[in-house]
Design a binder for this molecule. Structure first.
Ligand SMILES: Cc1ncc(C[n+]2csc(CCOP(=O)(O)OP(=O)(O)O)c2C)c(N)n1
Ligand SMILES: [Mg+2]
Length: 368
């Protein structure tokens, strides 16, 4: 019988998704998929190393904010596997569009941590040149980086570039119009995008159950492409799944939504007090899934982890954190009037007048 309404169950719309077949019911990479993916011990050690360094940098971000050296810090603890796994799964020629919490992605893209931190100190409007690192700016306006990423990906496709684009966002972003419009556009135009939802169970104080009815991953079916919920605390799973989704995108097969389940261990930002809306007992079960401990266990299973390696990584993390602090604290504070310089390539006279007035007000005498 012809199905004139085209009504099919969501899971039928992508009956043979080979990426979904890589994970078990818990969203973990199966042993068979792990063998097939053939990720070397060196790659897994590097993922561990990057996660451990980023965790130490996160602690330093918190320290710096508490010492009055940063305006704000948004902790990443709990997101290390999702961010490092996904960023390292992308080819160097691919692009990444991060959201404010994606600090570890920034570091994986080779941005100097101290320079990246200048953004949180309010010294810059964008700490790096996106073209240099193939990395968009960290975006605070929830969800707005998603249409940026999709538009950019469609541009790459029109230019026949074999580029995939990764975009990071929280589950809270999936309630925004921007997100849905971008998903629709991506589906219709088969944009080479990997959507990475870092589902940490909270949008500030709003729990997941008050945010999304159903699963984020299932929303992809409504836009005509596959979505998959995975264990976002297992770096090998994230790396393998995102690598496959990026490969698929580069081969013209369109977008893919990865929902990486994880947890935010710390406050939303340093301006938030999580004891107002959750207890330690809520956090505890997630600590048991800690990404660094699990990467350690995987490496031990492979006989590829040693005390020397652990010590060397800890020493490198310490050194990187201290270098980050030194770079940040020695960065020059720009004159506030510089904000005007970055709006137009050819500023209109009205803006130049405003700038002059602003500068004159800050420094009487300088406008003469
Ligand atoms: C358009 C917009 N609305 C509201 C906010 C305030 N806000 C900042 S973060 C946030 C929650 C986002 O949660 P989620 O997307 O789950 O990301 P998470 O912070 O959990 O990583 C909100 C509502 C904002 N920055 N932008
Ligand atoms: Mg969230």
């Amino acid at each position: 019988m012809v199905d004139t309404l085209g009504a099919r169950a969501a899971h039928d719309s992508h009956p043979a998704d080979p990426i979904a077949a890589m994970v078990n019911a818990d969203g973990l990479l199966t042993a068979e998929a792990e063998r097939a993916a053939n990720i070397s011990d060196d790659v897994l050690r590097d993922l561990y190393r990057r996660m451990a360094i980023c965790r130490r940098l996160d602690q330093e971000g918190l320290n710096l904010q508490r010492q009055g050296e940063l305006g704000l810090w948004g902790p990443i603890a709990g997101h290390e596997a999702a961010q490092v796994g996904a960023a390292m799964a992308m080819a160097e020629t691919d692009w990444i569009f991060p959201y404010y919490r994606d600090f570890a992605m920034t570091i994986c893209r080779g941005v100097d941590p101290g320079i990246a931190m200048t953004w949180f100190r309010g010294l810059t409007h964008g700490a790096w040149n996106p073209y240099e690192h193939r990395l968009g700016p960290l975006i605070i306006s929830v969800g707005t980086q998603v249409p940026h990423a999709v538009g950019f990906a469609i541009g790459c496709k029109l230019d026949h570039e074999p580029t995939a684009v990764l975009v990071g966002f929280g589950e809270g972003s999936t309630s925004t119009g921007d997100w849905h419009e971008a998903m629709n556009f991506a589906g219709v135009f088969k944009a080479p995008v990997v959507f990475l939802c870092e589902n940490n169970q909270w949008a500030i104080s709003v729990p997941m159950r008050e945010q999304v009815a159903g699963r984020v991953a299932d929303r992809a079916a409504g836009y005509g492409f596959p979505g998959l919920r995975i264990d976002g605390s297992d770096v090998l799973t994230v790396y393998t799944v995102v690598r496959a989704a990026a490969d698929r995108a580069r081969h013209g097969e369109g977008p893919y939504l990865v929902e990486a389940l994880t947890y935010r261990f710390q406050a939303h930002t340093t301006s938030d007090d999580p004891t107002r809306y959750r207890t330690d007992a809520d956090v505890e079960p997630w600590r048991a899934k800690d990404s660094i401990a699990r990467a350690t266990a995987r490496l031990r299973d492979r006989g590829a982890f040693s005390d020397d390696f652990e010590r060397a990584v800890a020493a490198e993390a310490e050194e990187t954190a201290l270098a980050m602090r030194a770079t940040l604290l020695s960065a020059a504070t720009p004159h506030p009037g510089q904000a005007f310089d970055l709006v137009f390539a050819n500023p209109p006279a009205s803006l130049l007048r405003e700038q002059a007035e602003f500068v004159a007000e800050l420094e009487p005498g300088s406008a003469e």
